[in-house]
Design a protein around this ligand. Structure first.
Ligand code: ADP
Ligand code: AMP
Length: 204
């Protein structure tokens, strides 16, 4: 099954992706994670992407599309995959449609007013990618794998505001795009984490 997880920053894509990937045994491909790995390793792609990510802007389409195209050619994708954070523009969606077929687009629908708090309070496990929130978690070790908990550099209020504006202008039109292709599944992302996952499993 080839799946896209769509939704604003903070809608819960990463949280659900970890669960979906585990249940359906398909790789979780997050373009944001790929960029953060490249930044950490100091690669040319990482250096280029960092300037955009720090400002809360999108990395240019051609850079992201090439990364995804190469990633989808890897062996572990042959029985399906889960895209998280890609596509984010109509141009990326068009490029993707020339590379592969998509079975389902899960849109995590959520009131944008909730997102600044979710993002600035987010903490993540460096090893398994599990997301936490400071309202319910204050540890320094992941409860799933013991990995180190960290806060993303771009989860500060200035960058968050610009990411939310970018979402409204450039990514939200994808809801209409995939709806017109009859693959869109809307899920209420404002429910608790387990209920969101239950609804996703039902719809898949
Ligand atoms: P995204 O990958 O879409 O940017 P995350 O999955 O990282 O979003 O979630 C952002 C923040 O919101 C994290 O702190 C996470 O723990 C929290 N979160 C995710 N899903 C829910 C939910 N259904 N209800 C409340 N908080 C959530
Ligand atoms: P994310 O981890 O999905 O929140 O992405 C973090 C940042 O990486 C975004 O704010 C963008 O700067 C960049 N990024 C991730 N995915 C894409 C994409 N598909 N297109 C452009 N930029 C992206």
């Amino acid at each position: 099954m080839n799946i896209i997880l769509l939704g604003a920053p903070g809608a819960g894509k990463g949280t659900q992706a970890v669960r979906i990937s585990e249940k359906y045994k398909i790789p979780h491909i997050s373009t944001g994670d790929i960029f953060r790995k490249n930044i950490k390793e100091g690669t040319p792609v990482g250096l280029k992407a960092k300037a955009y990510i720090d400002k809360g802007q999108l990395v240019p389409d051609e850079v992201v599309v090439e990364i995804v195209e190469n990633r989808l050619k890897e062996k572990d994708c042959k029985n399906g995959y889960l895209l998280d954070g890609f596509p984010r523009t109509l141009a990326q969606a068009e490029a993707l449609s020339k590379i592969t077929d998509i079975d389902a687009v899960i849109n995590l629908d959520i009131d944008l007013k909730l997102l600044a708090d979710r993002l600035t309070g987010r903490r993540i496990c460096r090893d398994c990618g599990e997301s936490y929130h400071i309202s319910s978690f204050s540890g320094s070790e992941c409860t799933k794998c013991g990995g180190e908990i960290y806060q993303r550099d771009d989860d500060n209020i200035e960058t968050v505001n610009s990411r939310l504006t970018v979402y409204e202008n450039q990514t939200k039109p994808l809801i209409e795009y995939y709806s017109s292709k009859n693959v869109l599944k809307n899920i209420d992302g404002g429910q608790d984490i387990d209920k969101v996952f239950e609804d996703i499993v039902k719809t898949l």
